[in-house]
Design a protein around this ligand. Structure first.
Ligand code: PHB
Length: 395
């Protein structure tokens, strides 16, 4: 029998069964086809390493379940989104329309996330955000089928300002890539810093993904602030740290940042990173059995040290595992799937966290300082911090 004829015969049989009232499982039910998981992540460009860390973390959580989701085998699909917002919708549609994925795991860049968000809202596909912090995704444009396992852009920086003022740094320059992630990180920084009595004397920026920092560093030297606070990530962060030291600013004007500044870049940045203080929802040196086991397992499996992106990818896997188990693999049972994920207490290497009503983590924010290629915890800057977003009314 030819394949085509076989398919026709089979669908005729299914049709016959359905019309005779027999309840056959659909293709997406527990006993049916593989779960189709689509990674939409940056695999090239300044965020390439972040994409790989997220995918590895996600795979680790799945491997801990014997490679299955709710008892079902998994088929993976991948799109390199290049951190290019202009291709965000098209790339998300490739996964949904062409590859027919059940869930999109992505992405890193806030601008690209807006494309995924549109496709998720238009098609209802389950969207798990393992990094991009764009506020709209869990505020004004939030949706029942969209869950974030990372942070909202202003969360990590909200606690940074007080840390700086407590150290006596009352006049700061802020510097960032000029796009949603940097601008929203600034929103959190500004609120915390001014509330603690600090003054921001200048905001500086570069378009993403430019890394020509020289002129801006010269300007910082001339402004002579008490300290600098920033948002950079990935390859750009490593270069900023090195350029800051090379410009002679290290040791003269203390450098602070959203913790992404020192995530996954400590080898590349070398001693130039020593002493940098940041705030973040994770730290390598968290002294808990959960974190230690995660770090050991990850290093063994991937021959690399995990960073916050690996943790976020891992937590995305944990969340999906919880949801898939609750519906015994039937991801089409959306009401039960979402309910389980909304109520999840994710036992993360970062510490346990819960989902806010608009599907963003409520989590502790740590103060860390770089010492010998490690982010060492200095303390907790904010306990169970929820995003301030109040725009989402979900039923
Ligand atoms: C973002 O674009 O939302 C973004 C990218 C990299 C980070 C954090 C946020 O490390």
């Amino acid at each position: 029998m030819s394949t085509r004829r076989h398919i026709l015969t089979r669908s005729a049989a299914v049709f016959g069964a359905a019309s005779s009232g027999l309840l056959l499982p659909t293709m997406s039910s527990a006993q049916g086809a593989k779960v189709r998981v689509g990674f939409m992540l940056p695999y090239t460009g300044t965020f390439a390493q972040l994409g790989v860390a997220i995918e590895n973390g996600f795979r680790m959580a799945i491997n801990e379940q014997g490679g299955k989701l709710g008892g079902r085998e998994i088929e993976f699909f991948k799109v390199d989104d290049e951190s290019d917002p202009s291709k965000g919708i098209e790339n998300a549609n490739k996964l949904v329309q062409r590859d027919k994925v059940d869930v999109i795991v992505g992405t890193v860049h806030s601008g690209v996330q807006m494309g995924i968000q549109k496709v998720a809202r238009d098609t209802g596909v389950l969207s798990l955000i393992p990094n991009a912090g764009v506020h709209a995704a869990t505020r004004g444009l939030c949706a029942p089928n969209v869950f974030r396992t990372s942070f909202a852009n202003s969360q990590p920086t909200r606690a940074l300002g007080k840390v700086m003022v407590d150290k006596g740094h009352k006049k700061a320059v802020w510097i960032t890539w000029k796009y949603a992630a940097g601008d929203e990180a600034f929103e959190g920084f500004k609120e915390g810093y001014t509330a603690a009595g600090g003054t921001i004397i200048k905001e500086l920026g570069l378009p993403f993904p430019q890394v020509e920092f020289q002129a801006l560093l010269t300007e910082i030297a001339a402004l002579k602030p008490d300290a600098v606070a920033c948002f950079w990530a990935g390859g750009g962060a490593a270069k900023f740290i090195r350029d800051y030291a090379a410009a002679g600013l290290k040791g003269k004007i203390p450098l602070y940042g959203s913790g992404f500044l020192t995530e996954g870049v400590l080898d590349a940045a070398g001693p130039a990173a020593d002493g940098i203080i940041t705030t973040m929802h994770y730290s390598d040196s968290l002294d808990t059995p959960r974190n230690k086991k995660f770090r050991l397992d990850f290093a063994k499996t991937f021959k690399a040290q995990p960073d916050v992106y690996a943790v976020q990818g891992y937590d995305t896997g944990l969340l999906l595992v919880q949801g898939a188990n609750a519906v015994k693999g039937d991801l089409a049972n959306k009401a039960a799937l979402y309910k389980s994920m909304e109520g999840a207490v994710v036992d993360s290497p970062r510490g346990k966290w819960t989902m806010s009503a608009s599907h963003n983590p409520i989590q502790d924010i740590y103060v860390r300082q770089v010492e010998n290629k490690e982010n060492k915890v200095l303390g907790v800057a904010a306990k169970a911090l929820a995003d301030s977003g109040a725009g989402c009314k979900m039923t």
